[in-house]
Design a protein around this ligand. Structure first.
Ligand code: F6P
Length: 543
């Protein structure tokens, strides 16, 4: 981290010490305009960050920190196609995939929009033909699509297709990611090979899990339909066109993308093909449009009015000043049930790093542990800890004003619960309030003395709330892009490369080394005692 940023963090820490004497209730009482001052919107999409424990002075200092850390220059460098992914020497240009304007997007001296539009045209043609049955399987129109991929080649399409399920009117979508054979076997068990299309999604086309699943799916298909059916029933999404053709996938059924699209930023690319088949071309275009609107907002708005920048700075405040180590994303929208899992890869694979861009240690905490589940289910599971646990967990709540299914009072109850949680976290309930309530209920003083401490809520627990009109394709595009740019800004402040992922490599290479030992074909002698013991126990149990 830059020494100047570290110094500014120190000053912010001093401010936090003072601010802790002023609970959030007091901050609201002191400033009747706190909601207006601490909320921003893009059209109907509002982000209320007033229930975070910071004041105007803290925010001004954080904005100054963002400026001095070079956020504006870094943003310009990313949009100019500079190789900001330094350890892999690549540009970062997923914004080109949703560029709805005439603006050229330059990578290595070339406007990539021509290539992007060509693949999009190919995808549209293919998706439409699959949907209307012009492209069909050997048994007629495709009834089922199986996307085989993992990480960014799975989480994006699966999360988006779940989130937009009310718009899915094409063939049934299935997603297989885990190399655990149960995943593929359970999926295939209900499918008819003659009407199933497999989409093998892999940026590198070298990922063990995906290739293992793809080969097994191929075997399953060939067993009933013969080798000649492969071309008709397999499509590929990849940057590695040599490997896709070696697998036997027809060029017409292969959809390319480029090394400037990171895996976890790839749902906007050909990787989104299964989604496009499910929701149709127009809805997919709306999804891209939403993200493009956020790109414009991110580029054009001053830092103080910039939603991704403000969300990033609140995250820096929580992580580096308040020292909170996790961040919960709690959508009050059942269709967003995979959104926290998607954000886990987006955030933790991007900013889960301790080495700065210059090869030195960052010298401060970086990305938090991201987790979450939809409300209200979480309320009956882990919210106890969020309200009264010894860790403070900043929360993002997400809620739509209008549901897809208007069932009696359901949506009003859902909304009331969401608003209740953020209010409870912020205000809490002190011991005098608890005692007063118990006295009013007629409890005797001895019982009150025993029970009251358990019913105290400390309050001052931070949350931000996103409220939007409806979970449409456009809104989902906006939400994802807000988080993408938030993560980017944090990476700039921490001076890390948010676009590589070397941390996944060691486990991969050890798995390759261990495979012959698991098969019992190689000696385990060189392994540590625990690994040897585990392997021996496994071999003894293996039937
Ligand atoms: O293991 C990490 C990773 O490289 C992710 O970054 C990526 O999204 C995933 O594996 C899948 O990679 P691929 O699309 O190349 O199969």
């Amino acid at each position: 981290m830059h020494p100047e940023t570290l110094e500014k963090l120190e000053v912010l820490r001093l401010h936090w010490r003072k601010l802790q004497q002023r609970p959030m209730r007091q901050l609201f009482a002191e400033n009747p305009n706190r909601f207006e001052d601490f909320s921003l919107n893009i059209d109907d999409l509002l982000v209320d960050f007033s229930k975070n424990h910071l004041d105007g002075e803290a925010l001004a200092m954080l904005l100054d920190l963002a400026k001095s850390a070079g956020v504006e220059d870094a943003r310009a460098a990313m949009f100019a196609g500079q190789h900001i992914n330094t350890s892999e020497d690549r540009a970062v240009m997923h914004m080109a995939l949703r560029n709805g304007s005439d603006r050229p997007m330059i990578v290595d001296g070339k406007d990539v929009m021509g290539d992007v539009r060509a693949v999009q045209a190919q995808m549209k043609q293919f998706a439409t033909s699959v949907r209307n049955g012009k492209i069909a399987g050997s048994g007629g129109a495709f009834t089922d699509i199986v996307n085989i991929g993992i990480g960014g080649s799975d989480l994006g399409p699966v999360m988006v297709s779940e989130a937009l399920s009310p718009y899915c009117d094409g063939p049934n979508l299935h997603f297989v990611s885990n190399v655990d054979g149960d995943d593929l076997a359970d999926t295939l068990a209900v499918l008819n090979p003659a009407t199933t299309l497999f989409i093998v999604a892999s940026k590198t086309f070298t990922t063990t899990e995906t290739l293992t699943n793809a080969h097994s799916a191929r075997h399953w298909l060939v067993e009933t339909l013969g080798e000649e059916a492969v071309g008709q029933h397999f499509a590929a999404l990849s940057t590695n066109l040599e490997a896709t053709s070696a697998f036997g996938i027809d060029d017409d059924f292969t959809f390319g993308f480029w090394d400037w699209v990171g895996g976890r930023y790839s749902v906007w690319s050909a990787i989104g093909l299964s989604v496009m088949i499910g929701i149709g071309v127009e809805n997919f275009e709306q999804f891209l449009l939403g993200a493009h609107e956020v790109d414009n907002h991110f580029v054009e708005q001053p830092l103080a009015k910039n939603i991704p920048v403000i969300m990033a700075l609140i995250g820096i405040w929580h992580r580096n000043i308040c020292e909170f180590s996790t961040h919960a994303v709690l959508p009050y929208a059942q269709h967003l049930h995979r959104f926290p899992a998607y954000l886990q890869q987006l955030d933790m694979e991007s900013n889960g790093k301790s080495t700065a861009k210059n090869g030195q240690q960052v010298g401060a905490k970086t990305g938090p542990i991201v987790w979450g589940e939809p409300g209200t289910n979480g309320q009956h599971a882990f919210y106890q800890l969020i309200h009264q646990g010894s860790d403070i967990i900043p929360v993002d709540f997400l809620i739509a004003a209008n549901p897809h299914h208007q069932l009696g009072e359901h949506h009003d109850i859902l909304l009331a619960n969401c608003f209740a949680q953020s209010e409870a976290l912020m205000k809490g309930k002190n011991i005098d309030e608890v005692r007063g309530e118990l006295r009013l209920a007629g409890m005797d003083e001895e019982k009150i003395a025993n029970l009251a401490p358990h019913k105290v809520f400390s309050g001052n627990r931070p949350s931000s709330t996103f409220v939007f009109s409806k979970l449409t394709p456009r809104t989902l595009g906006r939400l994802i892009a807000i988080y993408e740019h938030k993560i980017f800004v944090q990476g700039v402040i921490w001076n890390i490369n948010s676009f590589d992922q070397w941390g996944v490599e060691l486990g991969k290479s050890l798995a390759t080394e261990l495979l012959p030992m698991v098969k019992g074909e190689a000696s385990t002698e060189a392994k540590d005692a625990s690994t040897q013991g585990l392997l021996a126990h496994f071999q003894a149990l293996k039937k």
